[in-house]
Design a protein around this ligand. Structure first.
Ligand SMILES: *Cc1c(COP(=O)(O)O)cnc(C)c1O
Length: 448
């Protein structure tokens, strides 16, 4: 048994000072049980906790760390920037450099603005789309998470799915009155909404490959259909590429699926692990932003020089290595998924690893997962048992059935072999009587 005494003591201290002991709910272990280990160090594909336990990390800070922990090129870029000062409240050259790099990678983005989080990016993109179209309604999809702005916290996946909350207390019904929420992967539902809300829908916002109900991929023509329906209806299409941007390919999901959105939201990878987000798109839309337009949007630390330096180092590295990097990430992920699935079959456990590029989720269900309803029917208890076993054997997975795991370029085939070995043994230990019981039992986390 691994020792977790120091983490446990820290968690108790944290709980007396910080609600739930965490500064973001997805870090809590409510749905998988036990106390979360406190991390003191990460290098490449590994992290170490305060009790000295080592883990192969598949959380990767929830997506930003596509090069793994503390890659030299990024650490050096941050160090160099920090010695020159951490923030000025004035423009710095690296903002223009990062803008150039993102715009070159994403042809649909003609102008961009940097913010400090993905939440700010989507919130601002929505405001902009309403101003541009002079319309009220926002169309989103069940299980897609776009940050924690009031009008987007409806059926929003991620931590809400893990804690089984439909939305959030403190969000006024008035704030979500103009948010339409439809099932993902259902084109007919979108067509119908455009019929019912003619000339009232400002935008469709979507995670092109969903990470926040676990990994759910779009049906083959789905994103193209959304794009056409938005265009035909005079609405904007906002691709929330906060996870997928620079992850599924250098040009994100839009390059992979051949989509040309009106606006794109970024986060996670573009800040390389520092707080950073961005949104961008067509010039005529972006130029509505203050100071040249009438849409107000601002941030004291927006375009922060440390985040920009980290982003420039990250995107430059990806640009240089993109020819081989994305293919090898996908091959590794594919190997992990197919071998875990084979181990599950061998143990008679209904589990399928949904994956796309370097994103994956082990769904404990025998059915296909195409939308939020499918995801929610997966067995949380089995996932919790699997998660505990994996963690105890040194494999760090997201502590929720409804989140994506991520591979980085620091993961090796040996890491995958080890993960599959541990995984096979974890799957074989899931209680047989539980496996025979095909009815998923939903048990909420202990502290709701
Ligand atoms: C993480 C995430 C966000 C929110 O980003 P924060 O930096 O956590 O505010 C928005 N959209 C998607 C798709 C995300 O995964």
């Amino acid at each position: 048994m691994r020792i977790h005494d120091r983490s446990r003591a820290l968690q108790r201290r944290a709980e007396s000072r910080i609600p739930g002991g965490v500064n973001s709910p997805v870090r809590a272990f409510n749905s998988v049980g036990g106390d979360p280990p406190f991390i003191v160090k990460g290098k490449d594909a590994r992290v170490w906790d305060v009790d000295g336990n080592e883990y192969i990390d598949f959380v990767n800070s929830w997506g930003p760390l596509i090069l793994g922990h503390a890659p030299v090129c990024i650490v050096e870029a941050i160090q160099r920037a920090a010695t020159q000062g951490t923030s000025f409240g004035a423009s710095t050259p690296s903002e223009v450099d990062l803008a150039d790099l993102v715009i070159e990678a994403f042809p649909s983005v003609e102008k961009i603005r940097f913010v400090s989080s993905g939440t700010e990016a989507t919130m601002s993109a929505i405001r902009l789309s309403r101003a541009f179209t002079k319309r009220k309604y926002v169309l989103k999809f069940e299980g897609c998470y776009h940050g924690h702005a009031d009008d987007l916290l409806v059926q929003a996946g991620s931590g809400l799915a893990t804690l089984r909350l439909p939305g959030s207390a403190g969000v006024l019904a008035e704030s979500t009155a103009f948010t339409l929420t439809l099932p993902f992967n259902d084109t007919a539902a979108v067509e119908q909404a455009f019929g019912e809300y003619k000339n009232q829908i400002a935008c469709i916002i979507v995670e092109p490959v969903v990470g926040n109900m676990g990994v759910v991929t779009p049906n083959p023509e789905y994103l193209k259909d959304l794009s056409q329906l938005a265009k035909r209806g005079g609405s904007l299409l906002i691709l929330d590429e906060v996870i997928t941007g620079f992850r599924l390919s250098f040009g994100g999901a839009q390059e992979l699926f051949g989509i040309h959105p009106d606006l794109t939201c970024f986060g996670k990878i573009i800040g390389a692990g520092l707080p950073c987000g961005a949104f961008g798109g067509r010039t005529e839309i972006m130029d509505m932003l203050a100071p040249i337009g009438s849409v107000y949007q601002a941030g004291t630390l927006s375009g922060n020089p440390l985040a920009m330096a980290a982003g420039v180092a990250m995107i430059s590295y990806l640009k240089q290595h993109r020819a081989s990097l994305y293919g090898s990430l996908e091959r590794l992920t594919n190997s992990l998924a197919t071998r875990l699935d084979a181990a599950a079959r061998a143990s008679g456990v209904p589990m399928k690893t949904s994956h796309c590029g370097s994103m994956f989720t082990c769904f404990f269900t025998s059915g296909q997962v195409c939308n939020y309803g499918d995801a929610m029917s997966a067995n949380q208890q089995r996932f919790a048992a699997f998660h505990r076993s994996m963690l105890e054997s040194g494999i760090w997975l997201p502590p929720s059935q409804f989140e994506a795991g991520f591979l980085s370029t620091a993961h090796t085939m040996e890491d995958i072999d080890q993960t599959v070995d541990v995984g096979a043994s974890a799957l074989s230990r899931i209680p047989v009587e539980e496996v025979r019981d095909r009815q998923p039992k939903i048990k909420p986390g202990p502290v709701l």
